[in-house]
Write a protein that binds this ligand. Structure first.
Ligand SMILES: Nc1ncnc2c1ncn2[C@@H]1O[C@H](COP(=O)(O)OP(=O)(O)OP(=O)(O)O)[C@@H](O)[C@H]1O
Ligand SMILES: [Mg+2]
Length: 351
């Protein structure tokens, strides 16, 4: 079978955290071929160029198949509140909608008790609603069971990115209490069937997290660059273990450079002391003063200032969640993708 150098490299990159079967499905090749690539047993096919009819066909197959690959469902969790989960998730979803191949649909759904996703996307928050703006559908309006409807009926298209479909959260905590698990699950499952990627803002309720987390393919675990943040990771790990989702976790350090915070080196050191092993972070998100201020600009930072270090790091994180996308060279970074989170695997091994 002829595989181009580029395909071989992409398979290797994806294998840093996706299963061999998932990759085989993505590239429409038998799993044995993926395993052979990973064992370096397949040489790139020199004849693989535009003029080769055989390889042109291979390439079309890859493209065709990738449309039917199960989409990626992503969430961000953290040990404790206010760590930057919602802003990170919204930034990832906006970036995904910008970079997704062929502008395929991307969804963002707010399951939080106190919904803030709309606020982070601007113009869809609670204050906008009580200020008399038009009301809009929220997750509370979704059916509990599979029903036929158009996605546009129960979502809002982002004003600037029309392939980004939003499901705003409940207006109030009281409304959230009436949503129920069936409705949340059905909403996520419906979006999974219709969209290339689904980003879910989870509630803080650990019981609900426990039921929804296993529906996700990739879980970004965000900790802040301070002592309680690092300590919180160790407190969160037993839950991730209990839910058997450690393999799907990507560890991200947020608010680096924040006044009074720890450096990346310090965070590693604290974790090394506890774990007796080195830790590699899948994302190093800097303190970004423009983030809380983005409301003044009236546009999310990802759109208002894509060159900022914060947005560059968001692209880097996304490149690990979607290693088969071309994110303007953001797949390449000198640091070996420790991304998926050596540390959590090590913790798992440890007990
Ligand atoms: N990298 C960053 N730089 C500067 N401020 C940040 C950064 N990340 C998050 N923040 C700020 O931290 C605050 C909390 O962020 P956010 O609402 O995203 O956290 P959260 O974890 O979703 O909170 P909650 O637990 O309430 O859901 C916000 O004011 C946000 O602007
Ligand atoms: Mg939040």
């Amino acid at each position: 079978m002829g595989l181009s150098k580029e395909t071989i490299e992409r398979i290797k990159e994806m294998a840093t955290f996706l299963s061999e079967d998932y990759i085989a499905e993505a590239f429409n090749v038998p799993p044995d071929v993926v395993r052979a690539v990973l064992r370096d047993e397949i040489e790139p096919d020199d004849a693989d160029n535009e003029s080769s009819p055989l390889n042109a066909q291979d390439r079309i197959q890859v493209v065709e198949r990738s449309k039917f690959v199960r989409n990626r469902t992503v969430t961000v969790i953290a040990p404790g509140g206010g760590k930057g989960k919602t802003s990170l998730l919204a930034s990832l979803a906006l970036t995904a909608a910008l970079y997704v191949p062929e502008q395929r649909p991307v969804a963002l759904i707010d399951c939080a008790e106190v919904s803030k996703l709309g606020t982070w996307l601007q113009g869809l928050g609670y204050l906008d609603m009580v200020a008399g703006n038009d009301t809009y559908p929220t997750i509370a309006d979704w059916p509990e069971k599979d029903e036929q409807f158009y996605l546009e009926e129960l979502t809002i298209q982002h004003p600037q990115l029309e392939n980004l479909y939003l499901v705003p959260g409940a207006y109030t905590v009281e409304q959230w209490r009436n949503i129920g698990m069936a409705r949340m699950r059905n909403a996520i499952a419906t979006l999974q069937r219709s969209c290339e990627m689904v980003f879910v803002d989870l509630p803080a309720d650990v019981a609900v997290i426990g039921k929804l987390l296993p529906l996700h393919d990739l879980i970004v675990v965000v900790i802040t660059a301070d002592y309680p943040g690092v300590e919180g990771l160790l407190q969160l790990v037993p839950l991730l273990k209990h839910l058997s989702v450690l393999e799907r976790c990507l560890l991200v350090l947020n608010r680096l450079g924040c006044a009074g915070g720890l450096s990346q080196k310090d965070c590693r050191q604290v974790l090394r002391q506890v774990l007796d092993e080195d830790v590699i972070f899948g994302g190093l998100v800097p303190e970004e003063p423009g983030l809380p201020q983005q409301f003044k600009k009236g546009r999310p930072l990802v759109l208002a200032d894509p060159q900022s270090p914060y947005c560059a790091e968001i692209r880097h994180i996304l490149s690990q969640l979607c290693p088969d996308w071309k994110l303007n060279g953001h797949n390449q970074r000198n640091e070996k993708n420790g991304g998926i989170i050596g540390i959590l695997k090590k913790l798992r091994r440890g007990g």
